[in-house]
Design a protein around this ligand. Sequence first.
Ligand SMILES: Nc1nc2c(ncn2[C@@H]2O[C@H](COP(=O)(O)OP(=O)(O)O)[C@@H](O)[C@H]2O)c(=O)[nH]1
Ligand SMILES: [Mg+2]
Length: 252
Amino acid sequence: MIFNVFFLGNAGCGKTRLAYAFNKWLRGRRFKSIVCNLDPAAEYFPYVPEFDIKRYVDARKLMVEEGLGPNGAILSSVDRMHKIFRVWFNDILNYNDVDFRIFDTPGQLEILLYRDSAISIISKIGESGRNVGVFLVESKLVREPVSLTVLLMQANITKVRLDMPTVLVISKSDLKLRSDLEMLLSDTEYLENRVIEEGVGGQKSAAILLCRALAQMPWRQRLVKVSSLKKSGFKSLYEIINEALCVCGDLT
Ligand SMILES: Nc1nc2c(ncn2[C@@H]2O[C@H](COP(=O)(O)OP(=O)(O)O)[C@@H](O)[C@H]2O)c(=O)[nH]1
Ligand SMILES: [Mg+2]
């Protein structure tokens, strides 16, 4: 069974670097793995992906051809990717003896969340293997409890929209982390108390309500931290991906 691993998260959270570094790590452990770029607007890769959607749909070219702005071109690209799915997906299917396909996704997470064509692409890919999402949360955005609360909510929304098992992973862990991060992630009451103590202004009361909603849908998983820079945490990432797809479903 092939694992389709989707790296998800906000622009700049480290998806592209991790796709490259994790792929290399997997290969070093004798797994067969490929990287597939699904970002039609990707400008630069630290690697040459085995599959690049830009060979079929290139947002920059669409800007010129259709007289669109950058955002319009990305939206139009995703719709086009959906329309010609079979054409490009065959290229990926040609790598039929792999264990992992790593999908690097568009910088703008909202395209995946709110565009039906993007959701449909992910679901069609899932017919060829087992989909798992890795939602990356950047270390510097989790130093402050209100920001962490919002990101946790976003991770939940992503899981609901994309309808696949999803794990939460802290990226860029070589940068400073809060010492109570594990508690913040595993105990919503503790998170709420930190929001009350550390939050400011009007956002605080709304964040408290979000914490209470999160208490109904907590991330029951252990803390996984990765750094593409230091090449650390990849074994934990590999293990949690496996566990997310295992029938037992226990990620603690
Ligand atoms: N310190 C540190 N920086 C990183 C790491 N991974 C990525 N970055 C930096 O974060 C920025 C965005 O990374 P990128 O992989 O392009 O993010 P993406 O937009 O999610 O694909 C780049 O400047 C990277 O060099 C990491 O593990 N540690
Ligand atoms: Mg990227």
